[in-house]
Design a protein around this ligand. Structure first.
Ligand code: PLP
Length: 408
């Protein structure tokens, strides 16, 4: 038997079934007209962001990295909740614009920005978080050709990393950002070109569950930003401090202590160096804002026993839920939180393997899980599906196509 990850707070049963946003799973599936379906809950999004705002100092804005979930209704909803959007491509720029977000509140990071993407972002008035000296040169040349003043910040590749993060984006050689030592010279070039200097972006990693590690990194980020501002010889209008706030996916994971992070940050901000006192600050978060607000519902199409092992074969799988299958950057596969949505309040009764409908042994949603008895037609729920699910999975694989998505 292998343990399942912890079911996020806020999910309960209605009439024995899993309820999302207060509505039973079968009703949601009937409304979607098909399975599999990703269901995202407004209530979860609202509560998560309200809790985070209460924990963080008022001065620190919340940016949403839309790579985590760019479903248009989610973006529309988030536009009313967060202070800014972070995008990573021209495609995401179009999505952010369609969601009606003020371009002045959008910033664009990501290595390998094409000239067309730079042009679209400069024309829209979006801030470029430039990832190299070469990108700065291209952006300045494009802006000159367009006769526009580009809004430009520099993404720094810091010499430190975020301890314990699932994906490290700093500390040594990286394709992301500009090495600390090169930042002052490149920043001065932006200032000399009379571009709209927007400051620095320092993103060190993602999916950290240790508040201490995040507190340490935020301290390092503020120290580095102050030192670089001094070396550049200009103040920073804005500092994007990055994020890295994780969510519990696996057995034994504990929720992040955001109250501890907020209070430590509050302390730091009270004795901020002079050259950061006027700087606008924000954190940049993806999964922490949306991950637990989403549930993937898939239907059991077959129940079979092979060599004594029971398989629940669903109509979903890794083509929608690559991360839950264990194939999105994890070394050892562990179970996400999974439940039988049709019998959410029933006791576990048997050990089963929940698999997807793809003919590959990689397509697993839960291994050796203790779950209530389930039959063909019942619904399975995979939690923590609000981030890096629908838009980070190979939905075209085997001609399956994307899942339905809905915001309730
Ligand atoms: C620059 C940048 N911003 C934001 C994120 C979002 O990270 P998360 O969803 O873990 O908060 C990432 C993730 O890789 C990133 O690279």
């Amino acid at each position: 038997m292998k343990p399942l990850g912890p079911i996020p707070a806020g999910y309960g049963a209605v009439g024995g079934e899993l309820a999302i946003g207060g509505r039973p799973a079968s009703e949601l599936v009937a409304e979607s007209g098909r399975t599999p379906v990703f269901v995202y809950s407004r209530q979860h999004l609202d509560e998560r962001i309200a809790q985070l705002r209460a924990a963080l100092p008022n001065r620190v804005g919340i940016n949403y990295a839309i790579k985590a979930n760019s479903f248009a209704p989610v973006l529309h909803h988030m536009a009313g909740l967060v202070d800014g959007f972070d995008i990573a491509s021209g495609g995401e720029l179009a999505m952010a614009q369609a969601a009606g977000l003020d371009p002045a509140r959008i910033s664009f990071a990501g290595p390998g920005k094409r000239d067309e993407e730079l042009e679209a972002a400069i024309s829209a008035g979006v801030t470029l978080n430039c990832e190299s000296g070469g990108e700065v040169d291209r952006a300045l040349a494009i802006a000159e050709r367009l006769g526009l003043t580009p809004r430009m910040a520099l993404r720094v590749n810091p010499s430190f990393e975020l301890r314990g993060s699932g994906m490290k984006m700093g500390g040594g050689a990286k394709p992301f950002g500009i090495d600390e030592a090169q930042v002052p010279g490149i920043a001065r070039k932006i200032l000399e070109a009379a571009a709209d200097w927007r400051g620095l972006h320092i993103f060190t990693g993602s999916q950290a569950l240790s508040a201490d590690a995040i507190i340490e990194t935020q301290g390092n980020v503020l120290d580095l930003a102050s030192r670089l501002a001094a070396e550049i010889g200009a103040s920073l209008p804005k500092l994007n401090m990055g994020g890295g706030f994780g969510i519990p996916y696996f057995h034994g994971d504990e929720p992040l202590d955001v109250a501890a992070i907020g209070s430590a940050l509050g302390q730091r901000l009270r004795d901020l160096p002079e050259n950061l006192r006027q700087t606008e600050l924000c954190v940049e978060l993806g999964r922490y804002l949306v991950g637990e607000a989403g549930v993937y519902l898939t239907r059991i199409v077959d129940r079979k026993v092979s060599h004594g092992t029971t398989y629940l074969v669903t109509d979903g799988g890794l083509h929608h839920q690559l991360a839950a299958s264990g194939n999105f950057g994890t070394v050892v596969r562990r179970n996400y939180p999974v439940a039988i949505a049709s019998h959410f309040d029933a006791e576990p009764a048997e050990e089963v393997y929940v698999v997807g409908c793809l003919c590959t042994p990689l397509d697993r949603l839960a291994d050796g899980a203790m779950l209530p008895r389930a039959e063909v037609g019942d619904l399975v729920a995979v939690f923590c599906a609000g981030a890096y699910g629908a838009n980070a999975s190979p939905s075209a694989f085997l001609g399956q196509g994307p899942a339905a998505e809905m915001l309730v």
